[in-house]
Write a protein that binds this ligand. Structure first.
Ligand code: 2PG
Ligand code: MG
Length: 433
């Protein structure tokens, strides 16, 4: 088997203009795999920790030269000569080298850049596309690979928007009955319809960090009305062809035990906020609801899931942070019915795979997600297919770093279709013989 002959990280920029790492693994047969890591803006407090230089004279302290140094020295020294296909062992080695609970020593950004590049190198060594390599290695789904249903973030608020909305993401979710390319076309056409509606209302139609529009509106719920108005201008039927979802990212407006949003003058208590969601759900039949409550309010989450979890996917992002212990607790306490899986929250590929496997065993929905700070690396698209995710959340169907992922899924879709056709014709030939 091929061995790791060289490991090199360098500093590049993410889509927000903030430094991140790009790491290249070179194998002893000269094959090279390069991967870069994303970064969050509305990060959960329980995420593993990115190492930033804190040197105010460079990139306002956001440089990643220390993390790069860690890859190019201590991590490199320990990885040279190893078989890249030993992903789980290599990830464990990285965890041991770091020797902290939250990866704050070497940096989760340094560690993930290596873990991802090793994964790509392993796939290269087997001459397999990354999604197929991951599927074969971890066997998280037995059937032939399928493309997850895309969920599109079309309006941005909170920490992602430039407008005045409190909720972070207003999403449209095409019906799971559609093929991936039909779902993508649906998302794109409605995205453009929303732009037209915003222009007709003389509202701001510039975009936020994830590529969704970032208007100023009176209430958060107005954004849902606006999306429905836009859907009605298309041939798609709301509630049949396409549904609505929210990533509230509620921890970011949770203060002093209360939730303050522009829809009501007085802040909401947890109980009031749950009632608010029940009303909202009756009105809009929300398909999914991510981070509706504070990231440590386990009791509130269980109550909300009990109330509306039968028909709405309650997705844990900041509460779970792709962390094994927190996910096990969420399953035990019935806090959610779905997990937003982001490898960079935990810091290695095999740890993220383990968490997804645990969540799958609990019959949760798996949503593999980008971060708000992205690069043009499309690894996460292969990862989503490879682990058999039900849904993918890669932002709006616009902006280069987002469409890189959606376009990669298009390519995987056509590869899978070609393979299926070939298999069918082979078995027909065998039957005829
Ligand atoms: C989220 C993510 C991705 P961020 O909250 O789901 O949209 O945002 O990367 O800023 O944490
Ligand atoms: Mg989120």
């Amino acid at each position: 088997m091929a061995k790791i002959a060289e490991l090199k990280a360098r500093e590049i920029l993410d889509s927000r203009g903030i430094p991140t790492l790009e790491t290249t693994v070179t194998l002893d047969d000269a094959k090279k795999a390069t991967s870069s890591v994303p970064s969050g803006t509305s990060t959960g407090i329980h995420e593993s920790v990115e190492l930033r230089d804190g040197d105010a004279s460079r990139y306002q302290g956001q440089g990643v030269l220390k993390a790069i140094e860690n890859v190019n020295t201590v991590i490199k020294k320990n990885l040279l000569g190893l078989d890249p296909a030993r992903q789980t062992d290599i990830d464990q080695l990285l965890v041991n080298l770091d020797a902290t609970k939250n990866k704050s020593n070497l940096g989760s950004n340094a560690i993930l850049s290596v873990s991802q590049a090793v994964c790509k190198a392993g796939a290269l060594a087997f001459n397999l596309p990354v999604y197929e390599y991951l599927q074969k290695k971890y066997q998280l789904h037995k059937d032939s690979p399928a493309i997850p249903t895309p969920t599109f973030n079309v309006i941005n608020g909170g920490k992602h928007g430039a407008g005045n909305l409190d909720f972070q993401e207003f999403l449209i979710i095409p019906s799971t009955r559609m093929t991936y390319s039909q779902a993508l076309q649906t998302g794109v056409e409605i995205y453009h319809a929303i732009e037209k509606v915003l222009i007709n209302h003389s509202a701001i139609h510039s975009v936020g960090i994830g590529g969704g529009f970032a208007p100023n509106l009176y209430k958060n719920a107005d954004a849902l009305e606006l999306i429905i108005e836009a859907i009605r201008t298309t041939d798609y039927k709301y509630g049949e062809d396409v549904f609505l979802g929210l990533d509230v990212a509620a921890s970011h407006f949770y203060k002093g035990g209360k939730y303050k949003i522009k829809d009501r003058k007085e802040p909401f208590s947890t109980k009031d906020f749950i009632d608010y969601y029940k009303d909202l759900n009756e009105q809009y039949r929300l398909y999914s609801l991510e981070d509706p409550l504070y990231e440590d309010d386990w009791k509130g989450w269980s109550e909300l899931t009990r109330e509306i979890g039968a028909n709405t996917v309650i997705i844990g992002d900041d509460i779970l942070t792709t962390n094994k212990e927190r996910t096990l607790k969420g399953i035990e306490e019935k806090s959610c019915t779905g997990i937003l899986a982001k490898p960079n929250q935990i810091g290695t590929i095999s740890q993220a795979v383990e968490v997804i496997s645990i969540a799958k065993d609990a019959n949760w929905q798996i949503i593999v997600s980008h971060r708000s700070g992205e690069t043009n690396d499309d690894f996460i698209a292969d990862f989503a297919v490879g682990v058999g995710a039900h849904y993918a959340k890669f932002g709006a169907p616009a902006r280069g770093e987002r469409v890189a992922k959606y376009n990669r899924l298009l390519k995987i879709e056509s590869e899978i279709a070609a393979k299926t056709t070939e298999q069918k014709s082979q078995s027909r030939k065998q039957n005829q013989q």
